[in-house]
Write a protein that binds this ligand. Structure first.
Ligand SMILES: [Zn+2]
Length: 448
C-alpha cells in the first residue's frame, strides 16, 4: 500500500529529530520519504492519506524480553517467593500447556502489544511444530523474534526444534518474523551445551540467516543473587568473578546476544558486557515484582553498553505495556540513586525504540523513522486531559501517556490497528479462545 501520513509531529528517533507538521511516505512496507507536510503532499498527490494533525507519529516500540505465550497465566499466582512461585504454580501449569495454548497465549499478547504501540517483540518460549508463537505473531501482523528455549535436560528435543523453527520461520511472513536460539540461563544450560548452542547458531545462520538478517541469541543472565551458586550446584563449576565473566570464559558472548536482566553484576561482568557488545534487556517491572534487585543501568549506559527495555512475561509484569516500562525505567533509577537527572525521558525513549532495534540486530530496518527503513509506526492522540497542555512530546510519552492513547499502528507498511480497531484478527474471538484455553488447562491441572 502507498500511504502518506501527514500533519503530525514526527518523532523520528533518527538524524532528522522532531519534525512538526511533518509527513511520512510509505511504499509497500518501506518508508521512502520523510519531511514537511506541504512538500510531501505535493510530491505524492495520489497516495492514500492518513491525517495525523494534532497527533504524534513515532517508531513502534520494541519489547526486547517477553514470553508471549504466558499471558494465559496472567494473575494466576502473584506475591509468592520466586522458588515457590515457579515450582508450585508456574511450572506445574506450564507442563499442561499444548502447542495450541502457546499459540493462543501469544495471540493475546500480540493483540495487547499492538494496542499499546509495540510493533516488535523478542519472545522466548517452547517452540512446537503444530502451533506456536510465530504463527500467532504472523496472524496478527506483529513483527517478532521467535525463540526456542533450550535446557540441558532436553538436548535432542531442542536440536530438532531449533532446526524446524529456523527452517520454517526465519525471514518469513514478509520478513517480519525472525528466529533466535535461546539458552534458558547459565544454571540450566551446562557449559558444554552452551558451546554447542553457539555452534548450532553458526550453522543455522549459514543455512537460513545472513549478516543483514541474523539468527540471534536470547538468554536470561544475572537475574538473581544466587546464580553463581546455582551454576556450581548444577554443573560443579566454580564461578568466581561473576556470571557474565563465566559466560565469557565459555566463549559464547558477542554482539548478537540479548541478555535479559543483568542485575547482579561484578566489575568484570560489566567489562565483559562492554567488550563483547552484549545487549542488555532491562525489565524493571518484572524485577520489582519478583524482588530480583535493581540492574545498574546508569553505570552500564555510562560504559557504552546498549541497554534496551522489556516487559518480561505477562505473569511477572503483568501486562505487555511498554509505556509503563518506560516510566518505571525513568523513575526507578532516579529513586534508588537519589538522582533526578538520571535516565532522562529522551534516553528512555531511545531505549524502547532505536536501541531496542540494535539489541535485536535489526536496526538496519526498524527503530527509527527514516527513508529506507521498514514502516513500523505508532500514531498517538495527545488531545486528552492527561496530556494537556503540551510543552514536550517526549516528556508526555515517558511520564504521562497511557497505552490506550495509541490510535493507529502500522507494521511493515500494513495498518494493523486503525482508531483502536485491530484489522487482522477479531479481538473478541482471541479473548474467547484464551478463556477457553485457560478453563481447559485448569481442568487438566486439577485432574492430575
Ligand atoms: Zn524472562
Amino acid at each position: 500500500m502507498n500511504l502518506v501520513i501527514f500533519g503530525g509531529t514526527i518523532l523520528t528517533m533518527g538524524s532528522m529529530g522532531i519534525i512538526r507538521d511533518g509527513a511520512v511516505v510509505v511504499e509497500g512496507g518501506t518508508i521512502i520519504d520523510v519531511g514537511k507536510s506541504d512538500e510531501i503532499k505535493r510530491k505524492y498527490p495520489r497516495y492514500e492519506r492518513i491525517d495525523a494533525s494534532g497527533k504524534i507519529v513515532m517508531p513502534g516500540l520494541v519489547n526486547t524480553h517477553q514470553h508471549a505465550a504466558m499471558s494465559l497465566l496472567r494473575g494466576y499466582a502473584d506475591d509468592y517467593p520466586l522458588r515457590e512461585w515457579l515450582e508450585n504454580w508456574v511450572w506445574p501449569f506450564e507442563r499442561h500447556m499444548t502447542g495450541y495454548d502457546i499459540y493462543v497465549g501469544a495471540l493475546l499478547t500480540a493483540v495487547e502489544s499492538v494496542m499499546g504501540g509495540t510493533t516488535t517483540i523478542n519472545t522466548m518460549y517452547h517452540y512446537m511444530e503444530d502451533y506456536n508463537e510465530a504463527m500467532a505473531f504472523a496472524e496478527v501482523g506483529l513483527r517478532g523474534v521467535i525463540g526456542h528455549v533450550c535446557f540441558s535436560w532436553r538436548k535432542d528435543h531442542d536440536r530438532k526444534a531449533l532446526n524446524d523453527l529456523a527452517g520454517r520461520w526465519h525471514g518469513k511472513a514478509d520478513g517480519t518474523i525472525r528466529v533466535s536460539v535461546d539458552p534458558h540461563a547459565p544454571y540450566t544450560v551446562d557449559p558444554e551445551y552452551m558451546g554447542e548452542l553457539r555452534a548450532i547458531t553458526l550453522e543455522l545462520n549459514e543455512r537460513y540467516g545472513s549478516s543483514g538478517e541474523p539468527i540471534i541469541w536470547h538468554t536470561h543472565l544475572a537475574e538473581t543473587e544466587d546464580e553463581a551458586r546455582k551454576i556450581k550446584e548444577s554443573f560443579g563449576v566454580t564461578v568466581e568473578n561473576g556470571v557474565v565473566d563465566y559466560m565469557d570464559s565459555l566463549g559464547v558472548l558477542s554482539g548478537d546476544v540479548v541478555a535479559a536482566h543483568c542485575i547482579h553484576l561484578t566489575g568484570r561482568d560489566m567489562e565483559a558486557l562492554r567488550t563483547r557488545s552484549v545487549k542488555v534487556a532491562h525489565n524493571p517491572i518484572s524485577n520489582l515484582k519478583l524482588a530480583s534487585g535493581v540492574s545498574p543501568v546508569p553505570e552500564l549506559l555510562n560504559m557504552g553498553v546498549t541497554v534496551a527495555l522489556g516487559t518480561d512475561s505477562p505473569c511477572s509484569n503483568n501486562s505487555a505495556d511498554m509505556f509503563e516500562v518506560m516510566k518505571f525505567t525513568a523513575l526507578l533509577h532516579k529513586g534508588v540513586n537519589k538522582n533526578p537527572i538520571l535516565l532522562p525521558a529522551e534516553q528512555v525513549l531511545r531505549m524502547a525504540t532505536i536501541d531496542g532495534a540494535k539489541a535485536l540486530s535489526w536496526d538496519n530496518e526498524i527503530g527509527s523513522i527514516e527513508p529506507g527503513k521498514k514502516a513500523d509506526l505508532a500514531i498517538l492522540n495527545f488531545k486528552r486531559p492527561h496530556l494537556w497542555p503540551l510543552y514536550s512530546e517526549i516528556s508526555h510519552l515517558i511520564y504521562a501517556v497511557k497505552s490506550s492513547d495509541v490510535e493507529t499502528v502500522i507494521i511493515n507498511g500494513r495498518i494493523i490497528m486503525e482508531d483502536r480497531e485491530i484489522k487482522t484478527v477479531r479481538v473478541e474471538e482471541v479473548m474467547e479462545k484464551a478463556d477457553k484455553a485457560k478453563e481447559k488447562l485448569l481442568e487438566r491441572l486439577h485432574s492430575h
